[in-house]
Design a protein around this ligand. Structure first.
Ligand code: ASP
Length: 344
């Protein structure tokens, strides 16, 4: 009897499966079958791998909520059949998609590992092979017949990170992702070092719940010195706006000018959630730590704590999609749902 884990490898697009177009010289996605031909090593792994590809593989810069759902549906439709999932995805928006997928699958009890590469699989110096092979290996890790990793991870350059804690920090280096506020889940050296205490624990009695509704009527506003009142007002007063993410300075600070604070509290009074996340790639928002953020706290701004902007976007779209009253949304937003922020 074959008891090796069954893994579904899903190709969405990205550099990992790209080749040079002879006419334009630009990188374009190519047929998924060719991708597998380039990695015969996959057959040596102790697992059964099936593959499926987006009908039209895309550069991840073209990802949107419809493709998040397309990917989520593939995983959900195959959830009971497979022991683990590996998603090949462009690195540019991988942290956004992977964060979104983490919110879509409540009570996840299987690994969903995202990976990709900085150089195409066919390139001599490619980083794709190690990334893909180890991502598959991690997705197939089992202990007493149960997956070791039961969460959405992102594997890149010798590290498995919690996906909704990651940010793409480099367009050049093979080490393209960072998770400054949460340690690596697995480190790959001569051996795979599993940092068990950082992995999410699963309550197997709870059934997996699949959520699909994202409301994308939101905007990210990055604070900068000299930000213009009229331009900001025109955004805050948009009739269609359902949620705002403010990328603030340091520990959650903004200008304290009266027009700014009034504009925020008016939006919140109208029922529009405003989330405070820091522009820094590490550390946390602490509203009230400095005088400059006390007014935000009083106005009812939601603390994004140490969440990444990528996870903040996915979480806001997800919770808006659940149609919650603002007070409830604020409480849930400030709670860690999938390990995406500090617990308290
Ligand atoms: N532009 C590519 C993408 O995100 C880059 C990559 O795959 O790394 O699809």
């Amino acid at each position: 009897m074959n008891t090796s884990p069954d893994i579904l490898l899903i190709y969405t697009g990205g550099t990992i499966g790209m080749i040079k177009d002879f006419e334009t010289g630009a990188l374009v996605s190519f047929d998924f079958d060719e991708l597998l031909l380039n990695i015969p090593e996959l057959k040596q792994l102790d697992c059964n791998i099936d593959t499926i590809s987006f009908e039209k593989p895309i550069d991840s810069s073209d990802m949107n909520v419809d493709q998040w759902k397309e990917l989520g549906d593939i995983i959900n439709d195959n959830y009971t059949t497979y022991d683990g999932f590996v998603v090949l995805h462009g690195s540019d928006t991988m942290s956004y998609t992977a964060s979104a997928i983490s919110f879509m699958f409540e009570n996840l009890s299987k690994p969903i590992i995202f990976t990709g590469s900085q150089l195409p699989i066919g390139d001599l110096r490619t980083d794709a092979k190690e990334n893909l092979i180890t991502a598959v290996q991690i997705s197939a890790l089992q202990k007493k017949g149960k997956p070791v990793v039961a969460e959405v991870g992102l594997y890149f350059e010798y590290k498995l990170l919690r996906a909704n804690r990651t940010t793409k920090i480099n367009a050049e280096h093979f080490e393209a992702f960072e998770s400054l506020n949460y340690p690596a889940l697995v480190e790959s050296g001569v051996h795979l070092k599993i940092n068990s205490s950082f992995l999410r624990t699963v309550n197997r009695r709870k059934k997996m719940v699949y959520h699909t509704h994202f409301d994308n009527n939101i905007i990210i506003i990055k604070m900068f010195p000299g930000i213009n009142e009229n331009i900001l007002k025109s955004i805050f007063e948009l009739k269609t706006i359902k949620g705002i993410i403010l990328e603030t300075y340091g520990a959650g600070n903004t200008t304290t000018q009266k027009w700014f604070v009034t504009m925020l509290s008016n939006a919140i009074k109208r029922g529009v959630p405003v989330v405070n996340v820091t522009q820094c790639i590490g550390g946390s928002v602490e509203m009230g730590k400095y005088d400059t953020s006390i007014a935000l706290k009083k106005a009812g701004v939601i603390s994004g704590k140490d969440i990444t902007t990528e996870a903040a976007v996915a979480k806001l779209m997800y919770l808006l999609g659940e149609n919650l009253p603002l007070k409830v949304l604020k409480t849930i937003y400030e709670t860690s749902l999938r390990g995406e922020m500090l617990e308290n």
